[in-house]
Design a protein. Structure first.
Length: 424
């Protein structure tokens, strides 16, 4: 299971059905790709389910931020953070995004005529966008420090998640010490950025400012520095690797479907010509949006979410005891033949307005569901539309032959060996 968790669950599902019990040491895990069951856990009866062990490991990096917290504390934080993602603020963030993407396209231009790893490229641009959207006024050096220490820390946590016993080895082989050092560096940069902003008269149109100025409904107070630190690191972590993987996989699908690229280019010509889209244009790029939706169906960046039952529960005859874990298999649900006709084929038309309406509820969950739906979903969608448009306006991509393309399901679904393409 820890060798290839994705294949493990897909094969078990074929053998045992859409909902089955999977014995793992110390916990009873119920796996499901049944939309109604996922809806029960994530939405209808969500109060009985909390984020469990997997999220406790994530806390090592993310602290007690929106992704990892539970109960009333989570609810308070969510209410505080939600307005940062309202339309007016998204428009400001979109401008930061546009400038950052433009600078990235200029740097990519220098690689024309060479082989690139599109997964690595997409990670670089989305990290840049996330950092600039969070801390628009920080120095390049600080942004690079955040990126490097965060990447190391995330790798540490991913390994710990996939193998609970590895933490013992970490103590001996020095990785724990290195991890602590990375976290300290990260803390210092983020806390320094917060303090600099607190002492400045100037306002910036970024997430740090929006989260810093927001006040709790009950007390009218603002977040303290440590909580703000947790939320900033959470946003950076949740907000770039997911979009990067979605983009890399979508481009992988696109190089194999030139007819779809042609349709996208027609739409780009009609809506924006050779300009990058503005905030108002995004809504009109409907076909590009369908392509992204379909890319995330086949390769959902968050391939599964888990919840731990607080009290016992039952769903259609399945008894769930307190402390059982229910694992919602987003990847498996997206590839079910009975839910998606010819499920393994790449067909953006299944996401046109009419077809979308007839999709069974909670069968398509790239952003999760229920009250803990991704807070950054609109941010991510406009970011991905912007990057895809910019890339197709400027470049052509060709897949390098004879390479192994494989999925690696860590916290997000990554291409294990990258995806190499010729850029022209
Ligand atoms: C393609 C891009 C993205 C995907 C596929 C994605 C997916 C998800 C999913 C599935 C969840 C729910 C996790 C669960 O229920 O356990 C989630 C939560 C979250 N996401 Fe995203 N996300 C993306 C982009 C972003 C961005 C850009 C941001 C921030 C700028 C962000 C911030 C968050 C936060 C803070 C949460 C926790 C929300 C809560 O529990 O209240 N995400 N995301």
């Amino acid at each position: 299971m820890s060798k290839n968790i994705l294949t493990h669950f897909s094969e078990k599902e074929k053998e045992l059905g859409y909902t089955f019990e999977n014995p793992v040491p110390t916990v009873r895990l119920i796996s499901t790709s049944e939309p109604d069951f996922m809806r029960h856990v994530l939405q209808t009866n969500h109060r009985n389910y909390k984020k469990g062990r997997a999220y406790d490991v994530l806390k090592l990096v993310l602290g007690n931020g929106l992704v990892t917290s539970n109960g009333q504390f989570w609810q308070k934080q969510r209410r505080l953070a939600q307005p940062a993602f309202h339309k007016k603020n998204l428009e400001d963030l979109f401008n930061v995004m546009g400038q950052t993407a433009k600078a990235y396209f200029v740097s990519l231009d220098k690689k024309r005529g060479t082989e690139i790893d599109i997964a690595r490229e997409m990670m670089a641009v989305t990290a840049r966008i996330a950092l600039k959207s969070l801390f628009s006024d920080n120095t390049e050096e600080d942004l690079n420090t955040v990126y490097d220490s965060m990447t190391n820390a995330q790798r540490y946590v991913s390994d710990a998640l996939n193998n609970p016993f590895i933490q013992i080895a970490y103590l001996v082989n020095g990785r724990k010490r290195a991890f602590k050092k990375d976290m300290k560096v990260l803390d210092n940069v983020v806390l320094k950025a917060i303090s600099k902003r607190r002492n400045s008269d100037q306002k910036h149109p970024d997430l740090l400012q929006m989260m810093m100025d927001a006040t709790y409904e009950d007390s009218n107070e603002q977040m303290n520095d440590l909580q703000l630190r947790d939320e900033m690191i959470t946003m950076f972590s949740a907000g770039h690797e997911t979009s990067a993987n979605a983009l890399a996989w979508t481009l992988y699908l696109l190089v194999q479907h030139p007819e779809i690229v042609t349709k996208m280019k027609e739409e780009i010509n009609r809506v924006v010509g050779d300009q990058l889209p503005g905030f108002q244009d995004i809504r009109q790029l409907t076909y590009i949006r369908q392509v992204i939706d379909e890319g995330m169906r086949l390769y959902p960046p968050v391939w599964g979410v888990s919840r731990t039952a607080i009290n016992e529960d039952e769903f259609r005859g399945v008894k769930i005891k307190a402390k059982d874990v229910v694992f919602c298999q987003i990847y498996n649900a997206h590839r079910r033949e009975d839910l998606f006709h010819k499920a393994s084929s790449f067909n953006p038309d299944r996401f046109n307005q009419a077809a979308k309406k007839s999709m069974p509820k909670m069968s398509y969950l790239p952003f999760g569901g229920g009250p803990r739906l991704c807070i950054g979903n609109m941010f991510a969608l406009m970011e991905m539309q912007l990057i895809l448009v910019g890339l197709l306006q400027r470049f052509d991509f060709k897949l390098i032959e004879d390479q192994i393309i494989d999925m690696e399901a860590l916290v997000t679904l990554r291409p294990r060996y990258g995806i190499k393409m010729m850029l022209s």
